[in-house]
Every structure is written in structure tokens, then in C-alpha cells.
Design a protein around this ligand. Structure first.
Ligand code: NAI
Length: 246
């Protein structure tokens, strides 16, 4: 499905981003990974991608740093020729009840989840406009729709991502670029591994399909939105929640 296409995925050293990279590579896409981990951390991921016979490179890039974003995107385009697909997946949490949340904790989460998505989109859409083709998929969250106790920073950042998705869709629709979001529910990754058993049970009791989601569940939805098959869909948010919040 993705032969001849190159996908840039942020935060793909592990978790959901890694599953997206593997899924797209398994269908023929070349893969560019941006993450803040040392390159050593991504070696296993790169080896896994190489097994599909695609080209894959890792760039250590903090997506909150506009100069680093511009320089690394430039380097990736030089190395790969073009980038067709951008998956804005990198994200962080710093959960606390609002009354205990510091200004720094609020800013840090908004900076990565929302500003980072803006910086990556701004830089890549310039390139995609020249090619008159682009698929942008943003990682939102169900809590960006519902809000969540203890996640004022995170849920606001993801609500922002949804609004940014709709705006990007409108601004670039005439240039062959679509932009959609995926809103996962409770997915089994490093981000959720830190939750207490009680918090995990509370989530599980709200999931109609009675299981937590896997990174692959999310990757399947992203692959559809990143494909040519979704060309008449833009500005949408697909929930991947096992029915939670439906
Ligand atoms: P994760 O913590 O396993 O992976 C996130 C990746 O983003 C890490 O590799 C991290 O190094 C990278 N990253 C963090 N800050 C960065 C920065 N400034 N620049 C570049 N890379 C950076 O988390 P997970 O669970 O795989 O989450 C991926 C996305 O899915 C996030 O946007 C998260 O908010 C979203 N999500 C996750 C859910 C879950 O239940 N795990 C539910 C809903 C949304």
C-alpha cells in the first residue's frame, strides 16, 4: 500500500509510534523517525524496520525546538528525496490534579503535544505543498474530547491537537494534503505502564470491548488515514477506544 512513499513519524522509538512505523514499513513505506532518545535506543526499532527491506533512519530531534525541527526535516528530505506522510505521534504526560499542577508542568505538556505538532506540521506542509501530496495524522486522545481528572495539561493539549487538525485540514485541502486525527483510549504502552492497578481497573471497567488497546490497534487506524484510500476524508477524528467514550 505504501510502496514509494516515505513516512516521518515523531516519537517512534517505542510505543504506539514504533507500532505505526512497523505497520507502514510492513506495507512498503520508507521510515524517518524523530525522537529524543539516544540513537542507541532506536537500534532495535531500525533493525525491525530494515527486515521489511525499506529504508529507515533515526534523527534525534526535540520537536519543541523549531531550529532542530527545521534542520532535521531538511536533512531527512535530503536523505529520502521526499516525505509524503507525517505522523505527529510524540507526546508526554505530567498528570496531577490542577490544584497541584505547576506552571512548568502545564507548559511542558502543551509544548511537546501541541506546539511540537504545530512546528512539525508547519515545516512539512511547505514541502508537501510543492509535491501537491501529503497525509498528516495527528495523535490526539479520547481525553481531548472528554477531559479527565488529573490531566488539565494533557487533555487541553489534545483538544488543541484536534482543533489544529481541523484547521490544517481546511488550510491545505486544496493542495492535496489531508489531515486527520486518531483519538486512542487506554493503550498498553510505557506511558500507561506507570498507572496504578486501581487506575487501570477503572479504565477497563469503562471499555465495552473489555480489553485494553494495543499499539497495533492504533497503528491500523493510522495506516488507513495515511493511505491514498482516505483521500476524501480530512479534518476527522477517529476514536480507537474499544467503545469507551463513544
Ligand atoms: P510513549 O511514552 O511510549 O512514547 C512517546 C514517544 O515520544 C517516546 O519515544 C518519547 O521519547 C517521544 N517524545 C517525547 N517527547 C518528545 C519530544 N520533545 N520530541 C520528540 N520525541 C519526543 O507513549 P505512547 O503511549 O506510545 O504515546 C504515543 C502518543 O499516543 C502520544 O501522543 C500519547 O499522548 C498518545 N496517546 C497514548 C495513549 C495511551 O494510552 N498510551 C492514549 C491516547 C493517546
Amino acid at each position: 500500500m505504501f510502496k514509494g512513499r516515505t513516512a516521518l513519524i515523531t516519537g517512534a522509538a517505542r510505543g504506539i509510534g514504533k507500532a505505526i512505523a512497523v505497520k507502514l514499513a510492513s506495507e512498503g513505506a520508507n521510515i524517518v523517525i524523530f525522537d529524543v532518545f539516544d540513537a542507541d535506543t532506536a537500534v532495535d526499532t531500525l533493525n525491525e524496520l530494515a527486515a521489511y527491506g525499506v529504508k529507515a533512519n533515526y534523527y534525534r530531534c526535540d520537536i519543541t525546538d523549531s531550529a532542530a525541527v527545521d534542520a532535521n526535516v531538511k536533512a531527512a528530505i535530503e536523505a529520502f528525496g521526499k516525505i509524503d506522510i507525517l505522523v505527529n505521534n510524540a507526546g508526554i504526560t505530567k498528570d496531577k490534579l490542577m490544584i497541584q499542577m505547576s506552571e512548568a508542568e502545564f507548559d511542558a505538556v502543551i509544548n511537546v503535544n501541541l506546539k511540537g505538532t504545530f512546528l512539525m506540521t508547519k515545516t512539512l506542509t511547505r514541502h508537501m505543498m510543492r509535491n501537491r501530496y501529503g497525509r498528516i495524522v495527528n495523535m490526539a486522545s479520547i481525553v481531548g474530547i472528554t477531559g479527565n481528572e488529573g490531566q488539565a495539561n494533557y487533555s487541553a493539549s489534545k483538544a488543541g491537537v484536534i482543533a489544529l487538525t481541523k484547521t490544517t485540514a481546511k488550510e491545505f485541502a486544496s493542495r492535496g494534503i489531508t489531515c486527520n486525527a486518531v483519538a486512542p483510549g487506554f493503550i498498553d504502552t510505557g506511558m500507561t505502564a506507570v498507572l496504578s492497578d486501581a487506575a487501570k481497573e477503572a479504565f477497563l471497567s469503562q471499555i465495552p470491548v473489555k480489553r485494553v488497546g494495543t499499539p497495533e490497534d492504533v497503528a491500523n487506524a493510522v495506516a488507513f488515514l495515511a493511505s491514498e484510500a482516505s483521500s476524501y476524508i480530512t479534518g476527522e477524528v477517529i476514536k480507537v477506544t474499544g467503545g469507551m467514550g463513544a
